[in-house]
Every structure is written in structure tokens, then in C-alpha cells.
Design a protein around this ligand. Structure first.
Ligand code: ADP
Length: 159
């Protein structure tokens, strides 16, 4: 069975993340969505809130997906969970530079884990959780960016 980990902040999950997760499921039998609970990173949603949103918006794939939170190094956690690959999404050259460094650092830390990258669908290339939060703060329309459940959770936070 091919098992991969898709790590990220998912603060909150967007259609860009959902697209990458679904495409990863065409390559891997199972996917663990690993929500980082990094105390140094300021997130709008708690890791439990982020996990609940992922669970809700990925509900039609839950037979193939596990949702976990982690405050450990991704590569260590990936090994511990018995996965062989880390899935990441690439939007632009700026993502590439960061991912390039992370991939090489991961290889030094853990030789048995490889990384696999999916290039974003054109229509999501501008989309990030940060942009979504900025738009939500000013009550902008988010319907092409996040599922209705996530939009409602954002509205609750900002109202
Ligand atoms: P992190 O803080 O680890 O970058 P994110 O939740 O921002 O966490 O992103 C998790 C992964 O999803 C990263 O690989 C990121 O490049 C990818 N990603 C985020 N938004 C998009 C998008 N719109 N299209 C494709 N991939 C994306």
C-alpha cells in the first residue's frame, strides 16, 4: 500500500489544498493530512479547528484519508507513521525555492523519505490561506477560494 503524508498549516484549508490532496489520492492508496501545530507560527485557527474543517471538506474521501496534527518535524513524523512520501503543492517559483531547501534538509534528516510535488491548477495559483484570511477580514467574497463550511468558520472568527 502506497502511503503519503500531506503536511501543512491549512489555516484554513482552501480549494488549492483540496485539489492537491485529491490529485495525490490518484497516485497513493492513502493520504495522511498532517496539520502542523507549530507554537512559533501564529495561526488564526487552533489545530483542532483546522482538523475539523479538513474533515468536513474532505468528507467524501475519508475512506482514504487520515487527519492528524503534529508538533514534530514533518520528516520524522512521516517515518513514524510508516509513509514513504511527503506531498507538497507548488504555486510559483517562490514556493520552489522554499521547497528545494526543505527537500534537501529532509534528505539529510531522513534518507528513506522522498518528496513529491504537484503543480497547482492554474485557477488556484494565486490562492493562499493568507490571502483568504485577508479577504475574510474585510468581508470579501470567498466562494471561489474555500468551501462554504470554511467561509462560515472564517466569518465566525472575524465577526
Ligand atoms: P505551509 O505553512 O506548510 O506552507 P500551507 O497550508 O500554506 O502550509 O500549505 C501546505 C501545502 O499546500 C504547501 O505545499 C503549499 O505549497 C500547498 N498549497 C497551498 N496553497 C496552494 C494552492 N493554491 N495550490 C497548490 N498548492 C497549494
Amino acid at each position: 500500500m502506497k502511503l503519503a503524508v500531506y503536511p501543512g498549516s491549512f489555516d484554513p484549508i482552501t480549494y488549492g489544498h483540496i485539489d492537491i490532496a485529491k490529485r495525490a489520492l490518484e497516485v497513493f492508496d492513502r493520504l495522511i493530512i498532517l496539520i502542523s501545530d507549530n507554537p512559533n507560527k501564529e495561526n488564526l485557527f487552533t489545530s483542532e479547528e483546522r482538523a475539523a474543517m479538513v474533515r468536513e471538506v474532505m468528507k467524501e474521501c475519508l475512506d482514504k484519508i487520515d487527519i492528524k496534527t503534529s508538533n514534530d518535524l514533518t520528516v520524522k513524523q512521516t517515518k513514524k507513521l510508516g509513509a514513504t512520501h511527503i506531498v507538497r503543492g507548488l504555486r510559483a517559483v517562490t514556493d520552489f525555492e522554499y521547497e528545494f531547501q526543505m527537500t534537501h534538509a529532509n534528505r539529510v534528516l531522513e534518507k528513506g523519505i522522498d518528496n513529491i510535488f504537484f503543480m497547482t491548477d492554474n485557477k488556484h495559483s494565486y490562492l493562499s490561506s493568507t490571502t483568504v484570511k485577508e479577504i475574510a477580514q474585510f468581508n470579501g467574497d470567498l466562494n471561489t477560494m474555500v468551501p462554504p463550511f470554511v467561509e462560515a468558520e472564517l466569518q465566525k472568527k472575524f465577526n
